[in-house]
Design a protein around this ligand. Structure first.
Ligand code: COA
Length: 260
C-alpha cells in the first residue's frame, strides 16, 4: 500500500490502463486501484489480466479486464465501449502497452521496426482517439508511458526510440488540441527500472552493476517510483500540468549512459 499520498486521491475515478496486467504499467494500475480508482485493464494475454484482476479484487478494488491489441482500432474502440458500459465513463487513460527487444538496426526487419511503432505509437493514438468523447465528458486525462532512449541515441533500440519519440509528440500535440476540453495529457519517461520484464530481457546481469554506478542516484528505479509519479500526475495536485513528460530516472539520461 502506497504511504506517500493521502488515502483515496483517485476515489471513484475510472482508469483505463493498456498493458495494465504486468510490469511498470501493472504497478501503476495497482497503485491507482489502491488510491480508489476503478480499473479497466487491457492486455493481449488473458493470463496477464487474470492475475492483476484477482490481485486488485482481493485487495478490495474493482477491476474490469478486456483482451485487446492496441494496434487494432476497432478492437480498442470496443474495449473502450465495454468499459463505458461497465462503469458508465472513463476519467483516466494510461497508455502502457509496449513492445521491446534488442536488435541492431542493420539486422532489424521493416516489420520488426513497424511492429514496435504500431504497438507503442499507433496504439497510443488509437486509445486516445477512441477515448476522446468519454474524456471530454469527464474532463479527464491521459498518461502516456514513454522512455528516455530517444533523448540521445540508444544502440539496438532504434525501433523503440522512434516509437517513443512519437509517443512524446502525441503527448504534446494532444495536450494542446484537447486542453480546451479540460483534458490534461502528460507522460512519464522511466529510466532503468528493476524487476521488470523489459529489464530482464534488455539488460544482461553483468551490465547492471556497471550501469548502477553511472546513475546519479546510484540505484535502479523501482516500479514504486513510477507509481508515485503517476499518482502525482493523475491527482488534483497536478491540475495545471499539461503536455509534460516527467522523467523518472534518477538523472540517468543526463549522463548518456547507453546500454549498447
Ligand atoms: N529481434 C529482432 N526482431 C524481432 C524480435 C527480436 N527479438 N522480436 C520480434 N521481432 C520481429 C519479428 O521477426 C517480426 O518481423 P519479421 O516478420 O520481419 O520477421 C516482427 O518483429 C513482428 O514479430 P512478431 O513476433 O510477429 O510480433 P508480435 O506482434 O507477436 O510481438 C513484440 C512483437 C515486440 C511485441 C514481442 O516481441 C513481445 O511480445 N514483446 C514483449 C513485450 C515487452 O517486451 N514489453 C515490455 C516493454 S518495455
Amino acid at each position: 500500500m502506497n504511504k506517500v499520498f493521502a488515502d483515496n486521491i483517485l476515489q471513484g475515478k475510472v482508469a483505463f490502463v493498456t498493458g495494465g496486467g504486468t510490469g511498470i504499467t501493472g504497478g501503476v494500475a495497482r497503485a491507482f486501484a489502491e488510491a480508489g480508482a476503478r480499473l479497466a485493464i487491457t492486455s493481449r494475454k488473458q493470463e496477464n489480466l487474470d492475475a492483476m484482476k484477482s490481485a486488485v479484487e482481493s485487495n478490495g478494488g474493482e477491476c474490469f479486464s478486456v483482451v485487446a491489441d492496441v494496434r487494432d482500432y476497432a478492437v480498442v474502440e470496443s474495449a473502450i465501449g465495454a468499459t463505458v458500459e461497465h462503469y458508465g465513463g472513463i476519467d483516466i487513460v494510461v497508455n502502457g502497452a509496449a513492445g521491446n527487444f534488442l536488435c541492431k538496426a542493420n539486422e532489424l526487419s521493416a516489420n520488426g521496426f513497424g511492429t514496435v511503432v504500431d504497438i507503442d505509437t499507433k496504439g497510443t493514438f488509437n486509445v486516445c482517439r477512441a477515448a476522446f468523447e468519454e474524456l471530454k465528458k469527464s474532463r479527464g486525462q491521459i498518461l502516456n508511458i514513454s522512455a528516455t532512449l530517444h533523448y540521445l541515441a540508444t544502440p539496438m533500440q532504434i525501433h523503440v526510440s522512434a516509437a517513443k519519440a512519437g509517443v512524446d509528440a502525441i503527448t504534446r500535440n494532444l495536450s494542446v488540441e484537447w486542453g480546451r476540453y479540460g483534458i490534461r495529457v502528460n507522460g512519464i519517461a522511466p529510466g532503468p527500472i528493476e524487476d521488470t520484464e523489459g529489464m530482464k530481457r534488455l539488460l544482461p546481469p553483468e551490465l547492471k552493476e556497471k550501469l548502477t554506478k553511472r546513475i546519479p542516484l546510484q540505484r535502479f528505479g523501482r516500479i514504486s517510483d513510477i507509481e508515485n509519479a503517476a499518482l502525482f500526475l493523475a491527482s488534483d495536485a497536478a491540475n495545471y500540468i499539461n503536455g509534460v513528460t516527467l522523467v523518472v530516472d534518477g538523472g540517468q539520461w543526463l549522463l548518456g549512459t547507453s546500454l549498447g
